[in-house]
Design a protein around this ligand. Structure first.
Ligand code: CTP
Ligand code: CA
Length: 228
C-alpha cells in the first residue's frame, strides 16, 4: 500500500463543511434564496475526505449527489444551519463555511399561501437580519481553524480584506461572482486566498475540485493541522 490512510495530510482531523444556499420561507410554497449550487462546498467535502479527514457536510437541498464517506446533514434555513453548525463546531478541527447564507429572512413566515390582492399591484415583504454564523463561531474558536468565503461583485480585494478582519477567520476564500467561470453554479472557479498577515494569493481559473484542494493545502500551510 502506497497511500496508507494514516499518511494522508488530514488523517485524524474533523472537517466540517457547509454548502448550498439557505432558503427562507415566505409562506408554505415560496422562499427567498440565492444562486448557490453547493458545488464548491461539495468539492471541499470530497477533497477533505480524499486527504484523510473525517468529514461532516451540512447542506441545503441541492441537485448534487451526496458524497460517499461523508456524514451528511440536511438543513433548509439559516436558523437550522446555525443550530447544526454550532452543534458540530465544538469537536471540529477545520470549519469551511462555503454555504451562501441568507442575510435576511421574512420577519414572520405566514402559515397559509399568500393570495394575490386584486386591489393592490404591490406587495411589501418585511425582512429581518439572520445571525452571521461564521462571525459568531469564529469569535469563540478554540482549536478550530476557521475558513470563510466571500462572494463579491466589485472591489474584491478591499471587500475581502474587510471581511477577513471583521469575521476573525483564519483563511478567507474570496471570489468575484460577476466574472464568467467564477463562483456560482459553474464547474470552475478563481479565488483569492487571504489570511491575517499574509499577502493575498490569487489562483488561476481552475476546476472546483482543484480549488478545493488548494484551499485545504493552503489551510494546512497556515496552521490548520497544528492549531491548538
Ligand atoms: N455567512 C454566515 N452567516 C450569514 C451570512 C454569511 O456564516 N448570515 C458566511 C458565509 O458562509 C461566508 C461568509 O460569511 O463564509 C461571507 O459571506 P458573504 O455573503 O460574502 O458576506 P457577508 O458578511 O454576508 O456580507 P455581504 O453579503 O454584505 O457582502
Ligand atoms: Ca451575505
Amino acid at each position: 500500500v502506497i497511500d496508507a490512510e494514516s499518511d494522508l495530510p488530514l488523517h485524524g482531523k474533523k472537517v466540517l463543511v457547509t454548502a448550498g444556499g439557505t432558503r427562507e420561507m415566505i409562506d408554505p410554497v415560496r422562499y427567498i434564496s440565492n444562486r448557490s449550487s453547493g458545488k464548491m462546498g461539495y468539492a471541499i467535502a470530497l477533497a477533505a475526505r480524499a486527504m484523510g479527514a473525517q468529514v461532516t457536510l451540512i447542506s441545503t437541498p441541492t441537485a448534487l449527489k451526496r458524497p460517499h464517506g461523508v456524514e451528511y446533514i440536511q438543513v433548509t434555513t439559516a436558523a437550522e444551519l446555525l443550530t447544526q453548525v454550532t452543534k458540530a463546531f465544538v469537536t471540529t478541527d477545520i470549519l469551511v463555511m462555503a454555504a451562501a447564507v441568507s442575510d435576511y429572512r421574512p420577519v414572520a413566515p405566514v402559515d397559509q399561501k399568500i393570495k394575490k390582492q386584486a386591489d393592490d399591484a404591490h406587495l411589501t415583504l418585511q425582512l429581518t437580519e439572520t445571525t452571521d454564523i461564521l462571525k459568531a463561531l469564529a469569535a469563540h474558536k478554540q482549536q478550530q481553524f476557521v475558513i470563510g468565503f466571500a462572494a463579491e461583485t466589485q472591489n474584491l480585494l478591499a471587500n475581502a480584506e474587510q471581511k477577513l478582519a471583521a469575521k476573525k477567520v483564519d483563511l478567507l476564500v474570496a471570489n468575484d461572482v460577476s466574472q464568467p467561470g467564477v463562483g456560482f453554479n459553474g464547474d470552475t472557479n478563481q479565488v483569492t486566498l487571504l489570511s491575517p498577515g499574509a499577502t493575498p494569493v490569487t489562483t488561476a481559473v481552475l476546476s472546483k475540485a482543484a480549488i478545493a484542494q488548494k484551499v485545504l493545502e493552503t489551510a494546512l500551510t497556515r496552521g490548520a493541522a497544528g492549531k491548538k
